[in-house]
Design a protein around this ligand. Sequence first.
Ligand SMILES: [Zn+2]
Length: 577
Amino acid sequence: MSGHYRSFKTVVYIPAAIADRMTPEKLEYDYDFIEKYIGLDKVYLETHRDRLDVNSEKILAIKSFLEGKGVEVSGGITTTIDDFEGAEAGKRRLFNTFCYTDPAMRTRLKEISENVAKLFDEFILDDFYFTNCTCERCIKEKGDRDWVTFRRELMKDVSQNLIVGPSKAVNPKVKVVIKYPNWRESYHFTGYVPEVQKDIFDATYTGTETRNPMYTDQHLPEYLSYSLMRYMDNAWPGGNGGGWFDTYQCWSVDRYLEQAYLTGFAKAKELMHFMWNDLIDNPLVGSMGIQLRKIDKMMDGIGKPVGIPTYIPLASSGENHFEMRLGMVGLPIEATPVFPGTGKKVLLTESALADDSIIDKLVSFVKNGGDAVITTGFFEKTGDRLREVGLTEARLTGRKLGVNRYQVTGDWAGYIDDKEEILFPEIVHGNNASWSLLNGGNGDYHFSLFLRSAYGKGRLYIMSVPENDADIYRLPGEVIEVYGRALCENVYGTGHNFSVFAYDDKSVIVYKYVKENNHPEKVTLHLKTEAKEIVNESNGMKYEVRKTVGFEDFEKDEECVADVYIEPGRFEKLRIV
Ligand SMILES: [Zn+2]
């Protein structure tokens, strides 16, 4: 790959309004600024958004300037449109997204696609390519179908016949890229259908703009910037063009940079900085340049990301982002829309229920020797069937109980008292029909938070999920260790507000988030393979490895563990030797 970096390209988006107002002086100044601080490899230059269609001469002048500097230039469109003459008025369209049943709007979209394809050999759709239109015409066209089915069929037609088809007719070479938003759990409600669009578009792009987890509209954990990238890689192998983040609601430099770190750790081919004007004279960009060089060096030649296979079918929702929060307490997560049929481990949340044959898959996975962990959200809706098959005798009582102490049972024994109360759903089980690996208690009562039963050659674990997702971050390290022992095949960590990114070449990246009240910490890495030592690649520091042994099912359960000192806002690349 030629350009400023070996592991990825740095890319900036120029929206239509910025292109329209661009002057030669501004272009020169802006280019110099971006080039100086982050290095500019590629630009997506937008021709249409809202009321604006940028005149072709203007687009070509910007394109020609940038290409003269050695920058690759592709096109972009945002599928939003103001009311115009000929289109039906009075529709309550969110963000001015199209009504895709309106004949005049359909004609406009086709023209917009043809226009951009005449100017570029590649263009991308910004993530306003959804529909929530419920106008009278859409209600009528939907007919007897449900909204999800109607929108799936509608957007298949629009993708084929108004975007990709017409653009390839005017430019057979054109590559059409669809960017998916950061809200995966709602794609199917709004006509985003990767399972269908994968066969229509040439490539995808992933929204990794996680911004502020406390206030952003999509309420996303930081870890999404990594795990949604991995999910889209698995959904569309080889076709994920890059990750896309922005400066919005990033009220610290670190929050802004973390989006790029995690997108980079997921091995994005392109890092899209949205958008041109937001970068200019912005101090965030100076820090970004320094960090991109470090990430590039770390990621150069690194192996394939690995983690706990978490099956999340396309067009699903339920217990949204739960697995991402596990990713933020040291468990590496590999989210995938493909059921890991031959694997040893799988995590299933409520989202997995979107797969009609999930129970059959789960039963055969466990019977053949796999370890499956299901959440209480999954269990709540499948309990009857799992009891009928014999995977468990346990049930949820429907009560939510406050837990202020934890007990790790058996040979990993641990007693953790006097913690702030967290609410959990209560699981009851048959003594010795299944075995509780972790109990939660309050007063003179306790119940299982992590329950194991055997079936065929494998095991089923039921994990009790806190009522408030954010409470996952307050779970003691000993609790995370119980999950890690059951779920991880290679490496995981115990500590606070940090992630472990694992790769199949024994590389590990650790990162501690900059959050309120976060501070440096000695975290523990748990390795499932034999290891002599752990080496920090950036400073050569070596960490001693010691062996710990637990017993599960009276089988030896060994781990090599090492303590590693990490600071918030600093990533470290480690090598297991
Ligand atoms: Zn409509």
